[in-house]
Design a protein around this ligand. Structure first.
Ligand code: FAD
Length: 300
């Protein structure tokens, strides 16, 4: 009997479920909150094929309904621990233990925050310029961050926004020379070094300005968006399996979305794959679900 567990009910986990269920596997999906993951929180999505514009909750609930219609079993609990004993994996939630021959980890990432943006996510605060930059075309925006990710977000935004402030907590940006040269070539980019964002000012519930300190001096920047690029961390702390390869914390997978541990697959933002988007998370989920189901059939 094909039987797999999926940990994480975002689009990667749900797509894994659709592929595994359609191949005849029994699927148990563990999700700590409602199904849909990050997608369910996105205001508007304009880069998912077949939808020129769709609300995140709608896309998430359509994918969840499709998985449910195929017989998906869900356990609405946080997975506290994943271990491997012999050929079987043990999934532990509070008070329950389950055994599976194959598991797909699709737990995504959790963003580092500035601690001031609560209530503004989707109203001018974003963690993804590729996703949300186009909503602020020809508007002034700010990027908070000092790393390669912040530089990359700023370059992307400089091509579409009128003005881009980079609020860099250090005395220099940390990125490859080539990227820095590209950023500095934009005359609409203003980099504020030794700077931090202290407050968001709103109008009608949307970001209208940010208050910053630059070298200890207060300043107000009139911007319509604040892109927070202070890093995100993959959610893998519950996995206790020796020999599992990680790259900067992300799970390393091959082109079948299998980790180096037999029977353990990973999909979506939690992996070391590039371009962390809905369409790539779904593509990973398809591979992980199909191959995990096939592998589970080989275990007695
Ligand atoms: C603000 C914002 C806007 C975005 N806009 C776009 C866009 O326009 N277009 C686009 O393509 N991409 C966009 N993205 C990126 C996209 O949302 C992600 O790439 C995609 O959602 C990743 O899906 P995932 O299933 O891998 O992870 P997630 O959606 O993060 O799902 C992971 C799930 O795992 C669950 N989980 C975690 N740990 C546990 C545990 N221990 N036990 C049980 N459950 C657990 C979480 O609760 C969550 O539901 C955006 C991202 C953000 C933050």
């Amino acid at each position: 009997m094909k039987k797999i567990a999926i940990i994480g009910g975002g689009v990667a986990g749900l797509t894994a479920a659709i592929y595994a269920l359609r191949s005849g596997a029994e699927v148990t999906l563990f999700e700590q909150f409602g199904l849909g993951g990050q997608v369910a929180t996105i205001d508007k999505i304009e880069n998912f094929p077949s939808h020129s514009s769709v609300e995140g909750w709608k896309l998430a609930s359509d994918i969840a309904a499709q998985a449910r219609s195929l017989g998906l079993k869900t356990v609405r609990k946080r997975v506290l621990s994943l271990q491997k004993h012999g050929e079987y994996f043990t999934v532990v939630t509070d008070g329950e233990e389950y055994e599976f021959p194959a598991v797909v980890v699709a737990t995504g990432t959790s963003h580092n925050t500035l601690g001031i943006e609560d209530g503004y996510v989707g109203h001018g605060v974003s963690y993804c310029a590729t996703c949300d930059g186009a909503f602020f075309r020809d508007k002034p925006v700010a990027v908070a961050g000092a790393s390669k990710a912040a530089v990359s977000e700023a370059i992307y935004l400089a091509d579409i926004c009128r003005k881009v402030y980079v609020v860099c907590a250090r005395s220099q940006l940390s990125a490859e020379e080539k990227m820095l040269v590209e950023l500095f070539a934009h005359d609409n980019v203003d980099i504020l070094y030794n700077a931090s964002v202290s407050q968001i000012a709103e109008q009608d519930g949307n970001v209208a300005a940010i208050k910053v300190f630059v070298d200890g001096e207060p300043r107000t920047l009139t911007v319509n968006a604040l892109f927070v690029a202070t890093g995100a961390a993959p959610v893998t702390d519950f996995i206790h399996i020796d020999g599992l390869e990680r790259m900067r914390g992300y799970l390393v997978v091959d082109d079948r979305c299998e980790t180096g541990i037999k029977g353990l697959y990973a999909a979506g933002d939690v992996t070391n794959g590039s371009l962390k988007q809905i369409v790539t998370a779904c593509a990973d989920g398809a591979k992980a679900g199909a191959f995990a189901a096939a592998y589970s059939a080989t275990i007695k």
